[in-house]
Design a protein around this ligand. Structure first.
Ligand SMILES: Cc1cc2nc3c(=O)[nH]c(=O)nc-3n(C[C@H](O)[C@H](O)[C@H](O)COP(=O)(O)O)c2cc1C
Length: 221
């Protein structure tokens, strides 16, 4: 008899959810890395995230998932955009999407960046759009859910919501780039955050220089 468990099977798709906090670029960079390295991705972008993408990256994103997929692929470099078969894009309100069911198998879900609005909805279990529903599924199925909040300062409500979600099993990985790897530019700072997220999913990467790494260590499992 086969026994199912919730250990990370990285041949299963990773859900990348981009919500309306500042830092759309973190989500795009994660998506780019995953596709470049042949991981399957299920992508959801919230309504507010589209507005933030417009303000921060001058991207005018469609609400139609087919068009949205083309737009997202065209902002990645050409070698990555050829990997279009690895990417599924869902409308943020499509509650009939595969990823809204626990029966659909996935390896990890990352909300990057995670707005305080989305964090509040996940903490209270409202499941009011595809991102919050998929996150709810991850918590109930005890799968690896990683949230990358971006806000400052934090209110007691934000902190309580983050603690509640952490207690329910998610990993809270704030978008706080370190400086001990001597970033030379913004891309280095972005890659630090995305590299740490990849570590948490269990995906080997060299997006940032690790502290005093001297030995040739084995790849992450
Ligand atoms: C340019 C811009 C930047 C924003 N930055 C943040 C932020 O860093 N953190 C945050 O929690 N909300 C931020 N917001 C507010 C959220 O977009 C807003 O609360 C929204 O309702 C979140 O919706 P969502 O969680 O469904 O994406 C920002 C909004 C705009 C327009």
């Amino acid at each position: 008899m086969l026994v199912m468990n919730n250990s990370n099977n990285l041949s299963l798709p990773v859900i990348v959810a981009i919500s309306g906090a500042s830092g759309t670029v973190y989500g795009i960079r994660l998506l780019q890395f995953l596709l470049e390295n042949s991981f399957k991705v299920e992508l959801v972008i919230s309504k507010s995230a589209s507005k933030v993408a417009q303000a921060e990256l001058n991207l005018n994103l469609s609400t139609n998932p087919t068009l949205l997929k083309e737009q997202v692929l065209s902002c990645l470099d050409s070698s990555t955009s050829k990997k279009e078969e690895l990417l599924n894009v869902w409308a943020h309100d499509d509650i009939t999407a595969s990823i809204s069911s626990g029966s659909y198998r996935t390896s990890a879900m990352v909300v990057i960046p995670a707005s305080m609005g989305t964090i509040g909805a996940i903490a209270s279990g409202t499941s009011d759009n595809l991102i919050t529903r998929a996150a709810d599924v991850f918590l109930k199925e005890r799968r690896r859910l990683i949230l990358v909040p971006r806000e400052m300062p934090l209110s007691s409500i934000h902190l309580e919501n983050l603690l509640k979600i952490s207690n329910a099993g998610a990993i809270i990985a704030p978008a706080c780039p370190g400086f001990y790897h001597n970033p030379q530019n913004l891309n280095d700072a972005i890659d630090f955050v995305v590299g740490k997220v990849l570590d948490l999913i269990g995906i080997d990467n060299s997006l940032f220089k690790r502290w005093r790494e001297k030995f040739n260590l084995p790849a992450l499992k």
